[in-house]
Design a protein around this ligand. Structure first.
Ligand code: HEC
Ligand code: HEC
Length: 203
């Protein structure tokens, strides 16, 4: 009798334990995916815009250090690590235009667009949250003295920005990844967000 009770209890514990583990697994797994796909499928203009701004095609030119970072994994290279220099165009002896022209060179894998240069230190995006990036981008003290209309124009028309949807191939001939939102959807999202007062969520 005692033995049966013990085995019933241990069976119960076992079943409950499994059920608990299962429910935890479901809970954490589902929640994570849901949060992720919520942002990716979001129709919210801020979410859409920030999926682009935090993509490596933008961040590689808005890096934290003094040198550009490269590729879909945002690596630094010692061999071609040309520093930002005083104006973002590199050094007097060797500047960005020594290698980068106004268009992609798909033979050498050197990307290019007009005015190719590194964003200044006040516009560093690497390692920052969406909210931090948006806040400094709308702050005239840090965004090059731009009004919201000028930021909208830069975000939707500047050639260095639009290059992200025509990024060419890298030095191994592999196409660079484009931002996860199509260009026209991104442009519409930026306009909608700024037209509605450029409200940055608290997160
Ligand atoms: C080739 C390098 C390069 C790439 C790629 C690049 N930028 Fe920039 N970005 C710059 C430079 C240089 C400046 C500073 C230009 C100036 O102030 O006139 C800048 C400035 C800006 C600004 C002005 C305000 C601020 O606070 O940053 C915005 C907005 C911006 N970039 C957005 C983007 C977005 C969005 C992408 C990707 C879709 C992108 N950039 C990709 C080089 C780049
Ligand atoms: C000695 C030649 C050379 C110079 C000078 C040079 N680069 Fe590059 N850069 C390259 C090459 C080659 C690549 C392509 C590497 C690859 O993607 O495999 C590259 C890639 C990049 C990328 C990566 C783009 C991406 O999204 O993957 C950025 C950003 C960049 N350069 C910015 C700059 C800036 C800004 C300057 C000037 C301060 C500069 N480079 C100076 C040769 C150079």
């Amino acid at each position: 009798m005692k033995k049966t009770i013990v085995s019933v209890i241990s069976l119960l514990i076992l079943v409950l334990g499994f059920a608990f583990a299962e429910s935890r697994k479901d809970w954490s797994g589902d929640n994570h995916n849901a949060a992720h796909s919520n942002i990716e499928q979001s129709q919210d203009p801020f979410d859409k815009m920030m999926l682009v701004l935090t993509h490596q095609r933008c961040v590689n030119c808005h890096p934290a250090g003094s040198k550009p970072i490269k590729g879909d994994d945002s690596h630094t290279t010692r061999a071609l690590g040309i520093p930002r220099g005083a104006d973002g165009h590199g050094l007097k002896s060797i500047d960005c235009s020594t290698c980068h022209s106004e268009e992609n060179n798909d033979f050498s894998g050197v990307p290019g667009a007009p005015e190719w240069a590194l964003a200044p230190e006040s516009m560093i995006w690497e390692g920052k949250t969406r909210v931090e990036i948006a806040t400094q981008m709308m702050d005239p003290k840090r965004n090059g003295g731009r009004s919201p209309e000028e930021i909208m124009k830069h975000l939707t028309e500047h050639e260095l920005v639009l290059w992200a949807w025509d990024p060419g191939v890298d030095s191994e001939g592999i196409p660079r990844e484009k931002p996860p939102v199509p260009k026209d959807e991104y442009i519409a999202a930026v306009k909608e967000w700024i037209d509605n007062g450029a409200i940055i969520p608290n997160e």
